[in-house]
Design a protein around this ligand. Sequence first.
Ligand code: GLV
Length: 301
Amino acid sequence: MNLRKHLASEITRLDGRITFVDHLAGNAEDVTMAVAWYPPDDAFDHYPNLKAVCSIAAGADSIVMNPSLRDGIDVVRVVEPAQAEMMSGFVIWHVIWHQRRFATYLANQRDRLWKRLGPRAASEVPVGILGYGAIGARVAADIARLGFPVKVWSRSAKPTPDGIAGFHGADGLTAMLAESEVLINLLPLTSETRDILSSDLFNRMPRGGYLIQVGRGEHLVEADLLAALDSGQLSGASLDVFVGEPLKPEHPFWNHPGIMLTPHDACDVTRPAVGKTILATAEAVEAGVRPKDSVDLGRGY
Ligand code: GLV
């Protein structure tokens, strides 16, 4: 198979994002498959016979929400266990950062202050996870193995193994938040989950809670986070994703004492996994079948 014929775009790195530059096939009508990441609004209008668009990451929100995506085009995302493992390690580090009060120890070290704060057992620090897909399931299992009480929330009911309590729906969210000292956001971005991390949500957590935000920047109402940190409703937050990336130098998050931030680097898919997904999608398009790991466009993930 000549893959080039099937790819609608050549991939170009631009500020850490990838955008369409041009199609490689001779005629736009010949293009049946595209590879995209934050494509321009009219990207798919140029290809009347497009059957599938492949994301180059786990998230496909920038494609699913693209105004030129039309019925009959499947959106495919990369699903890779190694990415879930990498995310899990990242999140665990931040859970323990909060549990063991490392931010305070770091500040005390700078002040040459010898002050024992007393360790807290993992069993004393309940963790709630928003989102229970492939990555959420791995993160939940790993955190539970370390002894933290773990609860997970998803839009609809999902089975969970022993030791992980599952919640769903609006009432389930309130119940889980009430018992989540640490809250980890792993939700996909959809019209329903945009702005979910708001004052209303923070106020339903125990006072002094901690947020680990590794979903999408648009999940978070940034002003509400600053208010929750300033009032003490939240004691801190680890942020890896932002509404505007790269984060502007003047953004208040950079200097906030309660915030630890990283530049959307919690985890990534590997190149071989992206290549495999592109190839499998091209084969499915050629065979006229729905590609594996296609997004449910009704749900948005
Ligand atoms: C990263 O943001 C991803 O969607 O994999």
